[in-house]
Design a protein around this ligand. Structure first.
Ligand code: UD1
Length: 368
């Protein structure tokens, strides 16, 4: 079988890496090409992850770059259609919920090519999130839906997706985490920065809902600033957040000096460096989706600064708490963690490092 594996933006890379590795075990049965749409292109948003994860250089790069949603989606579709017509794959595999995921799914399906979605069925029920629209469009079109938890299976069943298209395989991002955990633990980054394990917090924030609105962003930064008086916060800042904070004149909230104190900003970090910082953090503050899952497995308390989550399993079994962008709620939850009141978590079913192998087993059975 011939497969095109699609990646576009930062969170896709760690999801695709174990799938490629699992496919490499079947060189006679599976021919696969890696297609990078170029949605993320900065060295620190893209190449750094390929290096850390030992991923092959993409066979094809569509180089679409940034743009409005319509522009970016359209550019991916135009370029990917040419690739599909030239390569004639039997299957296209997409991961996650970024614009590239949806764009490649629509393009392939319209050419009659089968599509598999890894991380299917997640729903926030929040249509103001571009990712929710991407998830819905992708899942309704896909032929194979690989899910990470029981909530995803229930969502797909409720939407009328036939059970024979759905495969509960576990979480490929956790495959990558478990593989690299020891390597990341051994880095000296936190020591080099003068950080004491469990005496600092990490932060990620880039959702348009949080960073594109001055009032919302200011409220969140006020809360974070108060927390950072008790515990330093390391913030590898996303390009979108950097751009918006500069535009709104909110740079005074950040410290970018030599010493880690206050809300301390760095360039985006590589996969291993950030995993290292998170595993030794007292808590993680985030609006990311993936980090809610990673902290669940690492056993690190997570404060999710969003009004909802498409990953409720992390609240059901883990130590994730949803607080929205509300200043008081963020502060209250952080205080609880700082005072040592921790919710104990456990690891969800099949988040065991073997999800990608299960996916490839299904594909071999279906196609070969
Ligand atoms: C995208 C995904 C989001 C994911 C996030 C991870 C969509 C709709 N959103 O959001 O789900 O959580 O990636 O990072 O697909 N930029 C750079 N360099 C880059 C990439 C982006 O400077 O390499 C800047 C550009 O100004 C760009 C902005 O960041 O306009 C936003 O990038 P974009 O890919 O549109 O969305 P993200 O916010 O990164």
């Amino acid at each position: 079988m011939k497969v095109l594996n699609i990646v576009g933006a930062r969170p896709n890379f760690m999801k695709m890496a174990p799938i490629i590795e699992a496919m490499n075990k079947y060189p006679k049965q599976i021919e696969h090409l890696l297609v990078h749409t170029g949605q993320h292109y900065d060295e620190k948003m893209s190449k750094a992850f390929f290096d850390d994860l030992g991923m092959p250089v993409p066979d094809i790069n569509l180089e679409v770059g940034s743009g409005s949603h319509a522009e970016q989606t359209a550019k991916v579709m135009i370029e990917f259609e040419k690739v599909c017509l030239r390569e004639k794959p039997d299957l296209v595999i997409v991961v996650g919920d970024v614009n590239s995921t949806m764009a490649c799914t629509i393009t392939a399906k319209k050419l009659g090519i089968k599509v598999a979605h890894v991380e299917a069925g997640l729903r926030s029920r929040d249509m103001s999130m571009p990712e929710e629209i991407n998830r819905l469009c992708t899942d309704v079109l896909c032929d194979y839906l690989f899910t990470t938890d029981h909530f995803a299976n229930e969502n797909l069943a409720a939407e009328g997706v036939p059970a024979e298209k759905v495969f509960f395989v576990g979480n490929v991002m956790i495959d990558t985490l478990l593989k690299h955990r020891e390597m990341a633990a051994g880095l000296t980054l936190s020591r080099n920065l003068g950080l004491v394990p469990k005496e600092y917090a990490t932060l990620t924030m880039h959702r348009p809902g949080n960073v594109d609105d001055k009032v919302v962003l200011t409220g969140i930064l006020e809360a974070l600033s108060e927390i950072s008086e008790e515990i330093p916060i390391v913030f590898p800042i996303h390009p979108r957040t950097k751009k918006m904070a500069e535009q709104f004149g909110l740079g005074h909230f950040f410290n970018s000096g030599e010493n880690v104190k206050g809300i301390w900003i760095t360039e985006p970090l590589g996969y291993l460096e950030f995993l290292h910082l998170n595993m030794y953090a007292k808590m993680v503050l985030t609006d990311s989706g993936g980090l809610q899952e990673e902290t669940t497995v690492l056993g690190v308390p997570c404060i999710t600064m969003r009004p909802n989550t498409e990953r409720p399993i992390t609240c059901e079994v883990g130590s994730n708490v949803i607080v929205g962008g509300n200043k008081q709620k963020i502060l209250a939850q952080a205080k609880q963690i700082l005072s040592g009141e921790l919710q104990q978590g456990r690891v969800p079913e099949k988040w065991d490092g073997h999800a990608a192998e299960r996916i490839v087993d299904v594909l071999i059975k279906e196609f070969v």
